[in-house]
Each structure stands twice: as structure tokens, then as C-alpha cells.
Design a protein around this ligand. Structure first.
Ligand code: NAD
Length: 415
């Protein structure tokens, strides 16, 4: 079997869960593809005065349970199949934590590391204007993803509000706190990864204190997961960014690494740990591996050599279907992406609720509610896995697809 592209993997995961659930053919067909896709070309005036044209997408996968919600990423190697897969995963992710959203994803194919702040702002505003008809707090709500952040969300919210002639904070989540963002949102995905890792360790009968963790990707998800796991007593032995990683079997001094990144942006100039490649990081002798960078990094080529006993998928789609089968065979516990990184969408939901209600919660309340949802969602997936003798990934899909399919059945077919 050839390695599947991310969307084919997403469809295969759906098929597997649907077969176990005995899902009817019509619902299955409906859930196998996006409800709506937009593709566009964005002309952007560069600082040099030249105009460059960037391909862009927005895929709304399924809105049965509520407004579609999902990140936008600015990335050079993006393809429509990746965006479709991410939109599908977002649908299942919202369902697995039972927040009343559907799933979407968007992206612009560009290399933001070679663009100025002004160029990125013009690109963001043009992207927003191009999809203005489909954005709305009750229809489609973007959020941050790879290479997009609070500042990008602020530009989207401002562009949208200028067009609507009034301020609409709930059109986007992951905003700065000063303009309707939620306390705890920036840390939410990493916090969720930490919570499910802790639950997985408990379930496997492994200690939390001193558990050795390797984290690939040192952006929002990776750096915050690492920080919060260290705070729980786990030992972070490796972290990496796109150029490679740092390794210290005695545990990295995370505050020092974070400070280095704050000052120098990348890990490559850090001198107080050994340097390793991203490929080496995945195969390190550790207890927990947290892939928190990009998709398809754990493949049939390296899965058999992975030594971690638990993999917490901070990134979306880091494991290919073939690799998944190898890991299951080896008895590696994979906490699947749609559960492991659902803390972000959960607090996005809290942000949306706060914006719409005009009443804001403190960080303690956000974190308490996130904790409860993550623990309950982990337990629901673990129960499904135990009951049906399936992996946590298949179980997560079963929980999620069951919920989306139930709503389709209740709503019926408008034909
Ligand atoms: P980010 O841009 O903040 O960080 C990405 C990190 O990955 C950076 O350290 C970057 O250097 C590194 N990286 C990039 N290419 C790499 C490569 N080829 N090999 C190794 N490292 C590489 O992005 P993020 O928000 O942390 O997102 C990371 C992953 O988590 C993505 O898959 C994203 O879809 C997923 N995710 C993010 C959120 C969120 O709230 N930010 C929520 C759910 C899922």
C-alpha cells in the first residue's frame, strides 16, 4: 500500500470508524468529503512595489453541529489535500470534545518567513476580504494555526468589522485579550496536550514525575506543552524547531531555552545541549513523544524504530495510516490529534461564547473548564477503545462520528 496523502488518511480513518459504528451509506458518503470549498488567488502588493499572486483556500468540511471553525495557516508547502484533511479533523475534533462547532480550515500558500509585517498584513486583509461572504460568528470562524497568530487574528477581525461597519469580535478566535480574546487561549492547545498526556500516563500505570518527554516543534503547541509538562514534573529531554533539535538526557533547562528563542528566534544557536536532527528526535529513547510541528512526520519508514511508549499528537496528522498500524502492532499508545490538540478549539469555543455574551471569564475559570472537558473527553475515548478493543484513534473517531451522524439523522435530509 503506498503512503496516503493526509486527506486520504482522514478518509480511511473515517471509513474504519464508520464500519465499526455500522453507519448507513448515505451518512458515510456525506461525511467523506467537504460540504464547501473555496479556492482563490490573492494579489498582494509587496514592499518593493511588485505584485505577487498567492494561491489560497478555505474549506468548510461539515456544519451539521454548528458554525464551521478552524485555523488559517500561512505555509509554503500547503496543498488542498492537506487543507481538506485539516478541515475534516477539525470537524471530528470539535465533536470529540463536544463543542457545538463544525470544522473548517484555510490557508495561503506563501513563505511568511520571507515577508515583512506590512506584506503579511496586506495578505491577511486581502484573504479576509475574499472570503468575507462566508465568514460570520454563526457560520464560519477562523483561528490561528501554523505561522498565524493573535496579530493575524486582529487583522482579520478588523477587516471584517470595517466591511460590516460595526465591531464583530466573535468572527475570529485566538484574538489578543484586549480585543475580545480569552484568557488561557494562547496556552490552551499545549495545556490540553499536557492534560491528556497525564491521563494517558495514569491509564498506562506510568509515573508522571521524571517521565522523559521529547517534543518536536517549538512553536505555540510544542513550547507550551513542554513548559506545562515540565511543571507537572515530567522531564523534557528534547525539543526541536524546523532546523533541528536540542537533546539533554538529564532534562533541558526550559526557561533558558525559551529565553534563547525569545532573543534569537531559533534553537540552532543554543549551546547548552547537544544538537540533533528532527529525524533523530523522533527515535530518541524516551517515554513520551509529542510531535507538535507538521503532518506526516511519523511514517512507515520510522514508526518501527520509535521508542516512546506514548505519543501525544500535538500536531494535526503527524502519523500516517501505515505508521499507525505499525505503532498499534508495537503497543505504542497514541493519543490521537483530534483529542490531544483539542484544547485549542475548546478555549476558542469559550472565547466565542464570551464574545457573544459580552461577559469575560478569568483564567482560572477557563483552565478549570478546559481541564474538565479534556479529562471527560479522554475518558469517553478510552471507554470506547476498551469497549470495542480498538486504538484510541479509532475510538476518538467513533465518538466524534457518532455525534456528527446523530445530528445528521435528527436534522434529516432537505431534498
Ligand atoms: P507554530 O508556527 O507556532 O510552530 C510550529 C513549530 O514547528 C515551529 O517551532 C517550527 O520551527 C516547527 N517546524 C516547522 N517545520 C518543521 C519541520 N519540518 N520539522 C520540525 N519542526 C518544524 O505552530 P503551532 O501553532 O505550534 O502548530 C503546530 C501544529 O499543531 C500544527 O500541526 C497545527 O495544525 C497544530 N495545532 C495547533 C493549534 C494551535 O492552537 N496553535 C491547535 C491545534 C493543532
Amino acid at each position: 500500500m503506498p503512503e496516503l496523502n493526509p486527506f486520504e488518511s482522514a478518509q480511511l480513518q473515517l471509513d474504519e470508524a464508520a464500519a465499526r459504528l455500522g453507519l448507513d451509506q448515505a451518512t458515510r458518503a456525506l461525511l467523506r468529503c467537504p460540504m464547501r470549498e473555496y479556492r482563490m488567488m490573492l494579489p498582494v502588493k509587496m514592499d518593493s512595489g511588485a505584485v505577487r499572486v498567492f494561491p489560497a483556500h478555505r474549506v468548510q468540511y461539515n456544519w451539521a453541529r454548528g458554525p464551521t471553525r478552524g485555523g488559517v495557516r500561512w505555509h509554503a508547502d500547503e496543498t488542498i489535500d492537506v487543507v481538506r484533511a485539516l478541515a475534516a479533523w477539525m470537524t471530528w475534533k470539535c465533536a470529540v470534545v463536544n463543542v457545538p462547532f463544525g470544522g473548517a480550515k484555510g490557508g495561503v500558500i506563501c513563505d511568511p518567513t520571507h515577508m515583512s509585517a506590512g506584506e503579511l498584513e496586506r495578505l491577511t486583509r486581502r484573504y479576509t476580504a475574499n472570503i468575507i461572504e462566508i465568514l460570520r460568528p454563526d457560520s464560519d470562524v477562523p483561528a490561528p494555526d501554523v505561522n498565524t497568530n493573535e496579530r493575524v487574528m486582529a487583522w482579520i477581525m478588523d477587516t471584517y468589522s470595517m466591511h460590516k461597519r460595526h465591531t464583530v469580535t466573535a468572527v475570529v478566535t485566538g484574538k489578543p485579550i484586549e480585543m475580545g480574546g480569552s484568557h488561557g487561549r494562547r496556552e490552551a492547545t499545549g495545556r490540553g496536550c499536557m492534560i491528556v498526556t497525564r491521563e494517558a500516563l495514569k491509564k498506562a500505570g506510568m509515573p508522571i514525575e521524571g517521565t522523559r518527554v521529547a517534543v518536536q516543534g517549538f512553536g505555540n503547541v510544542g513550547s507550551i506543552s513542554a513548559t506545562l509538562m515540565a511543571r507537572e514534573g515530567m522531564k523534557i529531554v528534547a525539543v526541536s524547531d524546523k532546523d533541528g533539535g536540542l537533546y539533554d538526557p538529564a532534562g533541558l533547562d526550559l526557561p533558558d531555552v525559551l529565553e534563547h528563542v525569545r532573543q534569537h528566534r531559533f534553537l540552532r544557536t543554543y549551546t547548552k545541549a547537544d544538537h540533533i536532527t528532527n529525524a533523530e528526535l523522533l527515535l530518541l529513547d524516551c517515554d513520551v513523544l509529542v510531535p507538535a510541528a507538521l503532518e506526516n512526520v511519523i511514517t512507515s519508514k520510522n514508526a518501527a524504530d520509535i521508542k516512546a511508549k506514548i505519543i501525544t499528537e500535538g500536531a494535526n496528522g503527524p502519523t500516517t495510516a501505515k505508521a499507525d498500524a505499525i505503532l498499534a502492532e508495537k503497543g505504542v499508545h497514541v493519543v490521537p490529534d483530534i483529542l490531544a490538540n483539542a484544547g485549542g478549539v475548546t478555549v476558542s469555543y469559550f472565547e466565542w461564547v464570551q464574545d457573544r455574551g459580552g461577559y469575560f471569564w478569568d483564567e482560572e475559570m477557563v483552565n478549570q473548564r478546559l481541564e474538565r472537558i479534556m479529562v471527560e473527553s479522554f475518558a469517553a475515548v478510552a471507554d470506547m477503545a476498551d469497549k470495542h478493543g480498538v486504538t484510541m484513534r479509532t475510538a476518538a473517531y467513533m465518538v466524534a462520528i457518532n455525534r456528527v451522524a446523530a445530528v445528521h439523522r435528527l436534522r434529516g435530509m432537505y431534498a
